[in-house]
Design a protein around this ligand. Structure first.
Ligand code: SME
Length: 147
């Protein structure tokens, strides 16, 4: 799907949804972007990322990740998006699925603090570009009041 169209649809979805907003956004991203093989939202709780809503073919064993560990934990520690074109050449990477080749992690921030993050894996190498980064950072900003 076109990123601008998706952004507008997500904006509407958020304003029209009373319950399970996070799960609905995860579902939307998973269903509309084929290269998004696994989509999840981690919530920061006392220095640990705790897996919230997710969608993908398989569950991950990494349901709790300390801030600072893995690509997810690095993004939570720095407050910056991590865009990894080849997960196997990044030694911070915590493997969840053997099929994953690339990953993007986008922090959700409120008043300068990381309160959650969007984590997306892809089975395609180099699946994410600057457009995905800009798009997902906008979605992260829309979600900050719903964590
Ligand atoms: N690969 C992540 C762990 C989460 S799974 O991708 C769902 C990491 O390195 O932090």
């Amino acid at each position: 799907m076109d990123y601008k169209l998706a952004e507008n649809k997500i904006k509407k979805l958020i304003s029209n949804t009373q319950e399970d907003v996070l799960q609905k956004i995860v579902d939307f991203l998973y269903e509309n972007f084929e290269k998004y093989t696994w989509v999840g939202i981690y919530i920061v709780e006392d220095g640990t990322l705790v897996l919230g809503p997710w969608r993908g073919k398989q569950a991950t064993e990494h349901t709790r990740i300390p801030v600072g560990k893995g690509i997810c934990g690095s993004s939570a520690a720095t407050g910056k998006t991590e865009l990894i074109s080849d997960v196997n050449s990044d030694n911070r990477y915590l493997a969840c699925f053997v099929s994953t080749k690339s990953e993007i992690v986008v922090p959700i921030k409120k008043e300068g603090h990381v309160i959650a993050e969007i984590d997306i894996d892809s089975d395609a190498r180099d699946a994410f570009n600057n457009e995905d980064k800009i798009f997902l950072e906008k979605i992260a900003d829309m979600l900050k009041e719903h964590i």
